[in-house]
Design a protein around this ligand. Structure first.
Ligand SMILES: [Zn+2]
Length: 401
């Protein structure tokens, strides 16, 4: 199993200039090759092979017009060609319907204005981590790294990315054993729901802590009391004050909870993805709506703040993504499911799926994060009874630690 590990890079000004040159060269090589294939296609000529593109690259480097390509590692340019060929393979597989995963269109030209600039080094490009803990990149130099977590083994490749915020990231590909997966998964999707406060794509379900549930129950009772008091009566005024106090207690308890969970999630993961607004219109009624919505938006806001603060990836995906109806194992769209269906069997591949965890995996995928679907699958032998929306679950774990 291959996993990606992300770290922040802090290149010096000269290294930033060298990286900008490398991004530009990789882009040029990619675009030249794409143009050559496209021109061959328009002219009715056969598809240019990888070997032909490689030969054209060698010729270009010898020409006056493209001599500056020699300033960057030859491996970076070869990887740019390999990326183009991979993009073509994915496109052709989409056309013939043999592609696993979402369909993709034909490769498009890269520009300086793309949100992400990237170059890739494989092991034979002789990148390495120096004794001093810097990342040595050919023709770039020894780049300082913030090692936020340990690499479990020697990486097979590294991609250097400049993101839209101007930050530099190193993404290492590391081979790990299947058992290491649960501990080392560096990214996570979060589904915010009614049965649990949050469900994570690795299979964890996080209930609201007891102190928050108690405060919310009290608020609900006080609001019920208030609704039974007569308009304009003294008792109604008293009840209204009690509701206001209960509201304040809920707000305090929620703030405390929201200060506990996001730092933990950000510490454990390199990137988090969360659905913008989690619950379908059906479940959004009365008090449940106001209490939960306020809690979620505060939680998401805090999560985003912490992610930015510590240089982690934060992704918010729109509600239009059909996260609760698409199978995370085979991506078949099984149609809408009523809220009481907590576990369902995919008609496409036969996998049994936990509704909430499946949604969390899909949230992560929609954000472009590579997570496995393992956590979402349940064995039909342990199929629990369906339970009400207010019920608890045997795997519930309070987040408070
Ligand atoms: Zn399926």
């Amino acid at each position: 199993m291959q996993l990606r590990y992300y770290y922040r890079l802090y290149p010096a000004p000269g290294q930033r200039a060298a990286l900008a040159r490398a991004f530009g060269c990789a882009r040029t090589v990619f675009n030249d090759a794409l143009r050559a294939r496209e021109e061959a296609r328009v002219a009715g000529l056969p598809y240019l092979t990888d070997a032909e593109l490689s030969a054209r690259l060698t010729a270009a480097k010898a020409s006056a017009e493209r001599a500056w390509l020699g300033e960057v590692s030859a491996m970076v340019l070869q990887r740019a060609l390999a990326d183009l060929s991979a993009a073509y393979r994915n496109f052709f597989a989409s056309l013939t319907g043999t592609r696993k995963g979402p369909k993709v269109g034909p490769p498009r030209f890269r520009t300086r204005k793309d949100s992400k600039q990237a170059i890739r080094f494989t092991a034979n490009a002789r990148f390495r981590v120096t004794a001093g803990g810097k990342l040595r990149l050919p023709k770039i130099g020894d780049v300082p790294v913030r090692w936020s977590r340990q690499l479990p083994s020697v990486p097979s490749s590294v991609t250097v990315v400049k993101d839209p915020a101007g930050r530099y990231l190193a993404s290492f590909v590391v081979q790990v054993g299947p058992n290491a997966l649960a501990e080392t998964e560096p990214v996570i999707g979060i589904d915010l729901g009614l049965t649990h406060f949050a469900v994570l794509s690795d299979g964890r379900k996080i209930a609201s802590p007891r102190f928050l549930r108690r405060a919310e129950e009290k608020l609900r009772r006080r609001q019920h009391d208030l609704s039974r008091k007569q308009d304009g009566s003294k008792n109604r005024d008293k009840a209204r004050i009690k509701v206001a106090r209960a509201h304040a207690l809920v707000a305090d308890a929620r703030r405390e909870f929201h200060h506990q969970l996001p730092p933990t999630l950000i510490r454990e993961n390199q990137a988090v993805a969360v659905e913008d607004q989690a619950v379908s219109g059906l479940a959004r009624t009365g008090l449940a709506k106001s209490v939960h919505d306020a809690g979620w938006s505060a939680f998401v806001h805090m999560l985003e703040y912490k992610a930015r603060r510590y240089g982690r990836g934060f992704y918010r995906i729109g509600r239009f993504e059909p996260t609760s109806r698409v199978c995370s194992a085979c991506r078949a769209d099984d149609g809408p499911k009523p809220l009481h269906v907590r576990i369902w069997q995919c008609q496409g591949c036969g996998a049994w799926l936990d509704r909430d965890i499946n949604a969390a995996v899909n949230v992560a995928r929609a954000a472009g994060l590579a997570v496995t679907a393992c956590g979402a699958q349940v064995r039909p032998g342990v199929l629990p009874a369906q339970r009400g929306e207010a019920g608890t679950h045997p795997t519930s774990r309070p987040a408070a630690a």
